[in-house]
Design a protein around this ligand. Structure first.
Ligand SMILES: Cc1ncc(COP(=O)(O)O)c(C=O)c1O
Length: 392
């Protein structure tokens, strides 16, 4: 059979487009942060990861322009060979200092950090332990490693303990967990996980893609719990609060040096362009200079969670600026998304199998730059649509 046959038979997307309910790959004409323009209409963005609203910050924009003017548009190669710059290394020093680790290593995306780090650290014969809700990039890194994968139920400490107790003592083990879970907005209970990792001799890596810039004064989940020393590896991405593209892993110097020379997604991929590195550096400076943004995004989230509850929506276990609105059915999730979008609110529908059946949701997320007026409008539209569809 032709290997393309599955592509010719792939009708789900065509059917969804025909019925007018296709919520993915929406091409935006303009994106000014809290508002975007789609086919001439202004839409309030409640679905981005631009938590601190830095993508349009004048100082950060200028840093990207200046870096392009000074260094050109690309490094045209891997950091391993010709694509490494003092700019990348300065960024690494600043990041290591920010998260409280000895060293950091910059990759070209967060996905590549997880693929490269996990497959470098975990080998055949080792064990990698994952939360069932871990991000796809962690799961793929674990598969790529060739190690044995063990999973525990989401944030279920009793289950984690049972899983750890069942593992052979003589095997080397790494536990990888999202700090702030990207779909439901809840946090990994590190104070309960760390003692277990210590008891069972497991190294701990936290994916702070969503927590960096948001929790722990912007320094992430370990800092949030005052446990920086207890977390062995901290990763994050530049594609969210850092308003750029790229990612990093931070930890002990020796471990970072090992990853630097063994992670294939680092060695066999070009480095981030100067503008991306300069943007991440400038974002870090702004996080230090304007800590009120970190406070603000959490305040906005607090308000929105309270108001959604008052209206009668189910926001699951969220305690962060990622607030799911649990709908619990694929079709109803799409329909709610469509009405919200038509009325001027951008959110992300997440359906089964990406989430368990019954947990289908609209992922909403907030920015330090959202105004109270915008939030009032969003809540008004949610109330109208919720009532129209009998959700509240
Ligand atoms: C938890 C988590 N880890 C890693 C990544 C990958 O980051 P990047 O967008 O830089 O590839 C993401 C982004 O979607 C994420 O949400």
């Amino acid at each position: 059979m032709d290997i393309f046959e599955k592509c010719y038979q792939f009708s789900t997307v065509k059917e969804a487009k025909e019925t007018g309910i296709y919520p993915y790959f929406i091409p935006l004409d303009e994106n000014e942060g809290t508002e975007v323009i789609h086919q001439g209409r202004h839409i309030i963005m409640c679905g981005s990861n631009n938590y601190l609203g830095l993508t349009t910050h004048p100082k950060i924009r200028q840093a990207a322009v200046d870096a392009t003017q000074r260094y050109g548009t690309s490094c045209t190669g891997s950091r391993f060979l010709n694509g490494n710059m003092t700019l990348h290394e300065r960024l690494e020093e600043e990041l290591a200092d920010w998260v409280g680790k000895e060293a950091a290593l910059v990759f070209s995306t967060g996905m590549q950090v997880n693929l490269g780090t996990i497959s470098a650290i975990v080998g055949r014969g080792d064990i990698v332990i994952l939360d069932k809700d871990d991000h796809a990039s962690i799961v793929d890194g674990a598969f790529l490693s060739g190690g044995k994968i063990e999973r525990y139920r989401h944030n279920d400490i009793d289950h984690l303990k049972r899983v750890l107790a069942s593992l052979p003592e003589d095997k080397s083990k790494l536990l990888v967990v999202d700090g702030l879970f990207s779909m439901e907005g809840d946090i990994a209970p590190l104070p309960e996980m760390v003692p277990l990792c210590k008891e069972y001799g497991v190294r701990l890596m936290v994916d702070d893609a969503h927590a960096m810039g948001v929790l722990g004064g912007g320094r992430g989940t370990a800092a949030h719990f005052g446990m920086t020393e207890d977390v062995d590896l901290i990763m994050s991405t530049f594609s969210k609060s850092f308003a750029s593209l790229g990612g990093f892993i931070a930890g002990e110097k020796d471990v970072i040096e090992y990853i630097q020379h063994t992670a294939r997604s680092l060695i066999f991929s070009a480095s981030i362009p100067p503008a991306n590195a300069a943007t991440a550096l400038a974002s870090l400076e702004v996080m230090k200079e304007e800590p009120e943004r970190i406070v603000r995004v959490n305040q906005i989230a607090e308000r929105m969670r309270k108001e959604y509850h008052k209206l009668g929506f189910n926001t699951g276990h969220s305690v962060t600026p990622v607030i799911p609105i649990i709908i619990g059915d694929n079709n109803l999730t799409f329909l709610t998304w469509k009405l919200l979008f038509e009325n001027g609110v951008f959110v992300n529908p997440v359906i089964s199998p990406a989430v368990a059946p019954g947990r289908q949701l609209l992922r909403t997320s907030y920015m330090a730059t959202h105004t109270e007026e915008q939030m009032d409008r969003v809540l008004g539209i949610f109330e109208e649509v919720g009532k129209q569809l009998g959700l509240i």
